[in-house]
Ligand binder design. Structure first.
Ligand code: PGA
Length: 229
């Protein structure tokens, strides 16, 4: 709810906000809350973090489908203002097109982020350059395993994706990261209290001066000074 309120404040402040959206299980509650707020997103522009390579927009596990089904279709977002990398065409072409759109309409006013168990943000897996722009990436075994629950078999999870790079993410004016559950606790502690390193991509957020991190008590439980729940 708190995350949805931060997004609503951004839209109230600037109805034409450019918002960077995220997918994953954690975000479902955010989209539910935003739908319930009956807020107009009609003048906003959306850029999603990432998309699987090999899944066309209509595929039920594509992030295109996730966003339409969980959010865009419910809040009257004009299709022409919703941008997600195209996982169904030649990746080089899709990357160039996405970079051009970001250059034309950016910077992103507010970027929403989830966090992977391995510290990934978007599909920037451990080892990703902090200087990366939109690019093709290979999913780590941890990410494939975490996302297998959405597919019939883990062998069905695409091995590659197109993602905004860390540099793209850091160029947003404001960042809001949401993490919930014990499985994220180590990555949360590393992100906030660890040494900045490409081994934990989320530590790159230490370079940004306007990041809000929203946690439940389980995700916060490995932070120093936090009582275990
Ligand atoms: P999750 O994914 O919300 O499904 O845990 C978060 C992420 O991988 O960024």
């Amino acid at each position: 709810m708190h995350t949805a309120t931060l997004i609503a404040e951004q839209v109230h402040l600037k109805s034409s906000s450019v918002i960077g959206w995220a997918t994953g299980g954690t975000m479902l509650g955010v989209y539910r809350s935003l739908r319930d707020m009956n807020l107009s997103f009609q003048h906003t522009r959306a850029f999603n973090l990432d998309e699987y390579i090999g899944l066309p927009a209509a595929h039920p596990q594509s992030y295109h489908h996730y966003m339409r089904h969980n959010f865009f279709d419910h809040v009257g977002m004009p299709e022409a203002q919703c941008h997600i990398p195209d996982g169904g065409c030649d990746p080089e072409h899709a990357i160039a097109k996405y970079e051009a759109l970001l250059a034309a309409h950016g910077p992103i006013d507010l970027q929403l982020l989830g966090l992977g168990k391995n510290g990934h943000i978007g599909f920037n897996e451990p080892g990703a350059s902090f200087n990366g722009t939109v690019h093709k990436t290979v999913l780590s075994p941890t990410t494939i395993e975490a996302n297998a629950r959405y597919f019939e078999a883990s062998t069905d999870v695409p091995r590659e994706a197109i993602t905004m790079g860390i540099k793209t993410i850091l160029s947003a004016r404001k960042i809001v990261l949401l993490a919930c559950g014990h499985a994220k606790a180590d990555a949360v502690a590393e992100m906030i209290e660890g040494v900045m390193s490409i081994t934990c991509p989320a530590t790159a957020l230490q370079l940004h001066d306007d990041v809000t991190i929203v946690l439940d008590s389980a995700a916060a439980s490995e932070l120093q000074g936090c009582e275990p729940s």
